[in-house]
Design a protein around this ligand. Structure first.
Ligand SMILES: NC(=O)c1ccc[n+]([C@@H]2O[C@H](COP(=O)([O-])OP(=O)(O)OC[C@H]3O[C@@H](n4cnc5c(N)ncnc54)[C@H](OP(=O)(O)O)[C@@H]3O)[C@@H](O)[C@H]2O)c1
Ligand SMILES: [Zn+2]
Ligand SMILES: [Zn+2]
Length: 382
């Protein structure tokens, strides 16, 4: 896999030995994704080096690669996205006790945190005041520059941020669990979704389809809201009891004031008030979608019925492992379409068209033929 051509790179903090790894990167907001070569640190005492088998394509990868979050988290180029990583541990440092060479492991959206703030002490590292180091586009404390994600043949991660994956799970279907999975599992757990609850899931994409699976597994009555009538049959197969085409206002109105909880996974600005009005008294709607543009809130949608509007971001390491173990116990994985890395740009366009059934996952074996000098194929966008 890796060329293992080790050399030295100097960071502000220290001199670290690095090796070359093949990857796919974006060079700019409209460049598309193309083969590249990046440097990874040779594992230090606490690190695990992972051969990446599969990496899911999250809509966040698209937002970041195209610099759509420039107001909050501007993209540093080249950018190697990917935070739904499943692979094999191929090397471990001398102080690694949690992971053994050969184990099936996963890395999600974080690769480090401060370990000392109240969030880290409580195991909710996603809220680290440090803040947490995200898997890509975060400051790389070891070799400088920014972190590079899982669109790569290998990653090197501190053992505390490496998760164990049951061999009983299909590794391609397990990859999306560490972002799409935990991002939906965590708020459903936090708001104690259970038998007797009526739960709405808005948007049937990568996150949405996992939300349906978990809400159903937790015993709720599940209603999917989609803008794509063609997804209705799949929604029922995935576990929904009912499907509402959200562009049909009469169908929406039939559910007014009836939901205990709604999980909104939509990746673009849309009318949130239409969903808030479907909540019961004291009902909760949680946003996990992170669109580029803001959506307006009408106060009346909240104050009638003392409704709550909340947000949630991924989950802590402890809860992510709990979710992976729950998935192993209940045979839950994502429904995936496995693609070669050369089709990432096409997959991004299909995400934007809502044409995802229900997560694209890159087979990293496809990187072996990819040459960093290959011409870039991404069509320029305005
Ligand atoms: N909070 C977190 O921790 C976290 C973690 C991961 C991702 N995210 C964010 O969550 C969002 C969803 O990610 P994803 O990977 O699930 O994306 P995705 O697979 O592209 O799914 C998004 C779905 O939203 C619906 N949708 C898209 N545009 C819409 C529009 N204009 N109006 C109404 N519905 C629309 C579509 O579903 P239908 O066809 O069913 O309508 C689409 O399939 C992204 O913004 C992503 O960045 C947040
Ligand atoms: Zn994600
Ligand atoms: Zn912290």
């Amino acid at each position: 896999m890796n060329t293992e051509a080790q050399s030295s790179a100097t960071s502000a903090a220290s001199k670290v030995t690095t090796y070359e790894a093949k990857a796919y990167s974006a060079r700019g907001p409209s460049s598309g994704l193309a083969p590249d070569t990046i440097r990874r640190r040779v594992p230090t005492a606490r690190d695990v080096q992972i051969q990446v088998l599969y990496c899911g394509i999250c809509h966040s990868d698209l937002h970041q690669a195209r610099d759509e979050w420039r107001k909050v988290m501007p993209t540093v180029y080249p950018c190697v996205p990917g935070h739904e990583i499943v692979g094999r541990a191929v090397k471990v440092g001398s102080a690694v006790s949690k992971i053994k060479v050969g184990e099936l492991v996963a890395v999600g959206c974080m690769v480090d945190s401060c370990r000392t703030c109240s969030a880290c002490r409580e195991g909710v590292e996603q809220f680290c005041e440090g803040p947490a180091t995200f898997t890509y586009n975060g400051p790389d404390k070891h070799i400088g520059g920014v972190t590079f994600g899982g669109y790569s043949e290998s990653v090197v991660v501190d053992q505390d941020f490496v998760l164990k994956v049951s061999e009983s799970l299909d590794p391609a279907g397990a990859a999306p669990l560490v972002c799409a999975g935990i991002t939906t599992y965590s708020p459903l757990r936090y708001w104690n979704v259970r038998h007797g609850h009526k739960v709405g899931v808005v948007g049937l994409g990568g996150l949405g389809h996992m939300g349906v699976k978990f809400a159903r597994a937790f015993g709720a009555r599940v209603v999917v809201f989609t803008t794509s009538p063609s997804k209705a049959r799949d929604a029922l197969r995935l576990g929904a009891h009912e499907v509402v085409v959200s562009t049909n206002s009469a169908e929406m109105q039939q559910h007014a004031g009836s939901f205990d909880f709604i999980l909104d996974t939509v990746s673009a600005a849309h009318d949130l008030n239409a969903y808030l009005n479907l909540l019961k008294r004291d009902g909760t709607m949680t946003l996990v979608g992170a669109p580029e543009d803001a959506s307006a809130i009408d106060s009346f949608s909240l104050l009638f019925g003392r409704r709550r509007l909340t947000g949630s971001i991924i989950g802590g390491i402890r809860e992510t492992q709990e979710m992976l173990d729950f998935c192993a116990e209940h045979s839950i994985t994502a429904d995936v379409e496995v693609i070669p890395a050369s089709k990432i740009d096409e997959a991004y366009e299909r995400l934007l068209a809502g044409d995802v059934r229900y997560r694209f996952v890159i087979d990293m074996a496809s990187l072996h033929g990819a040459r960093a000098s290959a011409p870039r194929t991404g069509a320029p966008r305005g």
